[in-house]
Write a protein that binds this ligand. Structure first.
Ligand code: GRF
Length: 210
């Protein structure tokens, strides 16, 4: 039997995407072995610890230089023999060495249809505010591999969400989050089944009927 992939989820806050992965652990083909948080107060840490997953906070403020902070995270991930990193609301920009170490093995979930409404400055409620300001009729969620350019890596899965005339940031955020949860679980499952083949900036999903 194939070995289960070892998954680390990196968070900074609520962790509802983490929760979706926890809720589907039995069917993921992988095991969440570690939750790394940039913030000790993150609710996601509590979610992990309450089901017996190791939850560790590494606070960047405790390090003089970003390199040292990232090296500490890399050492921790290595100690847990992590195959896949999932960024699920992780609010720090990562450096080149970190990203290269986990090239095609680190995915991120974004609350819009990339490449629209992504890149530096597009995080949290700002994404949904920008969507409403632009007057677009559809938004959605994207799961992609992480590369040096923010929100620009190969796209694994995307799904649309309609924007309604009376939408508020909160209403939109709630509907998009529901889709994020489903999409992230599906993307992690595809990774664990070795079905993602990266070809430059495009991904072929083995066995997927388009
Ligand atoms: C999600 O909207 C995700 O797309 C973005 O940050 C948010 C995290 O939400 N990167 P949660 O902590 O998983 O609830």
């Amino acid at each position: 039997m194939k070995q289960k992939k070892r998954i680390a989820v990196m968070i900074s806050g609520n962790g509802s995407n983490l929760q979706a992965l926890i809720d589907h652990q039995d069917s993921l083909g992988g095991e969440i072995v570690l939750v790394l948080s940039s913030n000790e107060e993150a609710k996601g840490l509590e979610r992990a610890r309450s089901v017996g997953i190791d939850g560790i906070c590494i606070d960047s403020n405790a390090f003089e230089e970003r390199n040292m902070y990232e090296q500490m995270m890399l050492n921790t991930l290595e100690a847990y023999e992590v195959d896949l990193i999932v960024l699920a609301g992780f609010m720090r920009i990562l450096g080149a060495k970190f990203i290269q170490t986990y090239a095609n093995r680190m995915m991120n979930v974004h609350p819009a249809l990339l490449p629209s409404f992504g890149g530096p400055g597009y995080y949290g409620e700002r994404v949904h505010q920008a969507v409403l300001d632009a007057g677009v009729r559809v938004t959605g969620a994207t799961v992609h591999f992480v590369t040096i350019d923010t929100d620009a890596g190969p796209i694994i899965l995307q799904e649309c969400v309609r924007v309604h005339p009376n939408d508020t940031i909160q209403l939109l955020q709630k509907r998009v989050l529901e889709v994020e949860h489903r999409l992230l679980v599906a993307a992690v499952r595809l990774f664990c089944e070795d079905r993602l083949v990266v070809n430059k900036n495009c991904i072929e999903i083995v066995g997927m009927e388009e």
